[in-house]
Design a protein around this ligand. Structure first.
Ligand code: CA
Length: 304
């Protein structure tokens, strides 16, 4: 099976947080550092943009009650609607020295999201301040729970289709972890390593960032600074496939399309010099990969 990679949106600054909305066949994603949320309509090919002001938005996920749940630097917030652009904070979660990062909703409609350092000057990954972040969840009733501390850059997450396991990435120790998952209680336990990108077993894969699971239970992991999305077998920890992109800073991915067989992939121009940008002119583009021969499933939306 050979895949085909196409560019669907060219050259934003720092693509992140893709969420496929199957009801409208639209891809929601972010251009972080310029505080834009985007909606790419896969039917018409139109890409629309909404600026959320000085917000450091890191995820946008539809709510069952309408509108969206978004992050606003240290806060969780609701975006009333795409047309109004009105944002209301519902909880301050983090200290001012931190920001919220990637979020995803589990099959019960509970939002999971993490955090990381946030400073005036944002360093490269190898100089990132460690252990300042945490992993949290938000229930429909508005209650926020902290699950893990000492996270460096909280990133991708996803769950097995039987909801027995949650996978989770901390990018700076370069770890993909698994936990036993209790969907009713909303708790995780029994942390173990699925893949260690700092080991010789996963060479040249940079930093694991965003992640999506396919219907065969394999993980598709965006490899930041390695220009790839890899397919990992969480049972063996082995890389079973690598898809190469025409730029290095691959940030995240999600399945989409009418039958969830397309993989949408975000990338970044973050801290790239003009010379580097000239060498990789597609950096910061949103890609669609077809012909992978696998499929994902419908993304959950927030039940609150
Ligand atoms: Ca990320």
């Amino acid at each position: 099976m050979s895949e085909k990679i196409e560019v669907v949106v060219r050259n934003i600054r720092h693509g992140e947080g893709p969420h496929w909305d199957d009801t409208t066949q639209c891809l929601y994603y972010l251009d972080c550092f310029v505080d834009d949320v985007h909606r790419y309509n896969a039917v018409t090919g139109d890409d629309s943009r909404l600026n959320l002001g000085d917000s450091t938005v890191k995820f946008i996920i539809p709510r069952q009650k309408g509108g969206f749940v978004v992050s606003q630097k240290t806060d969780l917030a609701f975006l009333d609607s795409w047309d109004s652009g009105k944002v209301t904070s519902i909880a301050k979660v983090e200290a001012d020295s931190n920001m919220l990062n990637d979020g995803k909703v589990d099959a019960s409609g509970r939002l999971w999201f993490g955090s990381t350092f946030c400073g005036k000057d944002i360093p490269e990954a190898d100089k990132w301040p460690k252990h300042q972040g945490s992993l949290y969840s938000l229930d429909a009733d508005g209650s926020v729970k902290k699950h893990i501390s000492n996270i460096s850059i909280s990133n991708g997450m996803d769950w097995t289709d039987d909801n027995s396991v949650m996978y989770y990435i901390d990018s700076i120790p370069r770890q993909v972890w698994a936990f036993d998952f209790d969907i009713t209680a909303g708790t995780i336990s029994n942390q173990r390593t699925v893949a260690d990108f700092s080991s010789t077993e996963i060479p040249d894969m940079g930093y694991p960032d965003g992640m999506a699971i396919d219907t065969e239970g394999k993980l598709w992991v965006a490899c930041y600074e390695a220009g790839k999305v890899i397919r990992l077998d969480p049972e063996t920890g082995k890389v079973i496939r690598a898809v190469k992109f025409p730029c290095e800073r691959i940030t995240s991915c999600c399945f989409g399309g009418v039958d969830f067989t397309d993989l949408y992939v975000t990338s970044s121009q973050f801290m790239m010099t003009p010379a580097q940008l000239e060498k990789t002119p597609l950096a910061g583009s949103i890609f669609k990969v077809t012909g992978l021969g696998v499929r994902g499933c419908k993304a959950n939306i927030f039940s609150g």
